[in-house]
Every structure is written in structure tokens, then in C-alpha cells.
Write a protein that binds this ligand. Sequence first.
Ligand SMILES: NC(=O)c1ccc[n+]([C@@H]2O[C@H](COP(=O)([O-])OP(=O)(O)OC[C@H]3O[C@@H](n4cnc5c(N)ncnc54)[C@H](O)[C@@H]3O)[C@@H](O)[C@H]2O)c1
Length: 309
Amino acid sequence: MRILVTGGAGYVGSTLVPMLLADGHAVRVLDTLRFGGQGLLGCARYPAFELVKGDVRDFAAVDDAADDVDVIVHLAAIVGYPACKKEPDVAVATNVDGTRNVVRARRPGQRLVFASTGSVYGAVPDYLCHEDTPRAPITLYGETKAEAEQLVLAAGDAVALRYATAFGASPRMRLDLMPNTFAYQAVHDRSLIVYEGGFKRTFVHVHDMARSIVFALDNWAAMRDDVYNVGHERMNFTKAEVARKILEHVDYYLYFAETGSDEDKRDYEVSYAKIRSRGFETEIDLDAGVAELVKAVSLINVVNPYGNV
Ligand SMILES: NC(=O)c1ccc[n+]([C@@H]2O[C@H](COP(=O)([O-])OP(=O)(O)OC[C@H]3O[C@@H](n4cnc5c(N)ncnc54)[C@H](O)[C@@H]3O)[C@@H](O)[C@H]2O)c1
């Protein structure tokens, strides 16, 4: 298939795009290269790989990029609540208007996969979120992704994948994700202070995120026109459990603070029964992911690890 991946140079994209190329697909990436393009260096050897440096906020750019493809995987976004809070106008223009451009530029017959997020649940009435739990985002990030998800599903012939909090190593590395940050600090600072250690989060490895997109494309008839939580109940952990898991792999000073708080107040669990019922299972658990992360963060030493927020 010929596949357009918006935001393909990002954390998820730089894991997904090589996977698609290795499967024999032709891949065009539309990306502003906000964080550079190094994550896709390994893709340049594929004749079927094409990079278009462009912006999803620019309808003409999206329209051109959508030409002659069978599938659009829409990843481009301003990702996470701190980044959205820092540049709210850019976040709304990218996440909502950019998605509107993608929906508008799509030709009849082109399938659309959208990367959504568990952040659309926000302040949930039920502690265990299912796909039909009312969306009640509490951050601008969650609001923009919820609005974009609605646009995509209303357009039809689409799948929205609501991801848990991502973690794991990817060619374009992100250090603003909690397990990645914890591992980086454990390895480089040899110490970590954890606030609100009892708060529960739900995680998915970036490799499994990319696999879920491939799975949706391979099982389109069963998956289309619906929304799925992507993750696994086995991957619901408190922040303290994640920090302690890292202690099993690297020796560092772990301190739980009574004061201080995390602005992201999400505290919930998510059901992943629906996507499992379609046959999708995640592969990488916290132990394997943390073992990988400890090695991965040892390979990098960045001046400002949290530069993207
Ligand atoms: N990582 C997570 O925890 C997570 C969880 C749930 C959902 N998601 C979703 O997955 C998608 C990918 O996230 P990621 O972690 O790879 O983020 P990322 O920030 O690493 O990648 C986003 C990519 O989009 C590009 N981009 C930003 N604005 C653009 C624009 N206007 N036009 C074109 N390209 C633009 C950036 O250059 C970057 O390469 C996002 O839609 C995000 O909301 C991510």
C-alpha cells in the first residue's frame, strides 16, 4: 500500500515508518521536522520512502501529500499537556485545524487512522474507562485531541486509537514521558524525586503503538469506524511502581516526596478488552521496556532533556 504518515518523524512515527517500509509499503512522511529528522535516517535507503517537509496547518500541503495514497496515518500534533500549554494557539491550529485539513484533503476510498489518547477521558466518572466512557478532558491537549477524534470518526472509514501513556526507546527519543524521564534521571542523575507516587497510569510501549496501527490496517473490515483503547490492563501501574521497577535495573536514590504535585492529575485505569477482542495483544511489558530504557538512555546525553516542553 501507499501510506501517508503525518508527523512521521516523531516518536511514534520514527518507530512506525521503518516497520511499514520493512513490510513492503511505500511511505510518504509529511512533517515540519519540529524535532529534526534524524529519527528517520535509517529510512532513507528505501526507494519507497519519501519525505515532504510541510505543515498540516497548510491545507495545500496536506492536499498535495494526500495525492495517490491508499491510507493516511495522522500522527502530527503538538503532543502532551505541557507543550500545548506553552503554545496554546499552535496546539489548537495543529491538533484541531490540522486534523480538519487531513479530513478535507482525504480522497474517497482512502483509509484514515488517527492517533488519539487516553487524555480524552480526563476527569472520569468511572475509575475504569471504556471506549464509551464520556470524554471529559481536563487539559488543552486532551480537549484538542477529543475534538480531532470526533472530526475523524464523523468523516467515516476511519479508526481512532486511544493510546495509553507511551514509553520506550524510539529513534526520535522523547524524555518527557514519565518512564523515560524516570529512567533518564536514574541513569544520569542517580537520583529521582517522585510526587504523588500512588497515582495510577496506564502505559504502552512505542513498538506496540506502531504495531496497533499496522494491525488496524491489516484488519480494516473488523476495525473500521470505531475507537479503541490501546494498551493492556497488565500495564496499569502507579508512579511509585514504575520508579521501583527501574530500581531493579539500575541502582539510584529514590525519594518519595510528601509535598509538591504533578499538574497532570489523571488517576485512572483503562479497559483494553475491545481491541483484544479484535485480536490485538501488546508484546512489551514494563520489565522488558524498562530494561531497554536503561540501556537506551545510557546511549544519550542531552543538554536539555526536556527541551520539547
Ligand atoms: N507519546 C504518547 O504518549 C502518545 C500517547 C498517546 C497519543 N499520542 C499521539 O500520537 C501522535 C504522535 O505522538 P509522538 O509521541 O510521536 O509525538 P512527537 O511530538 O514525537 O511527534 C509529532 C510529530 O509531528 C510533527 N508535527 C508537529 N506539528 C506539525 C505540523 N503542524 N505539521 C506537520 N507535522 C507536525 C513534529 O515535527 C513531530 O515529528 C500524536 O498525535 C499524539 O497525540 C502520543
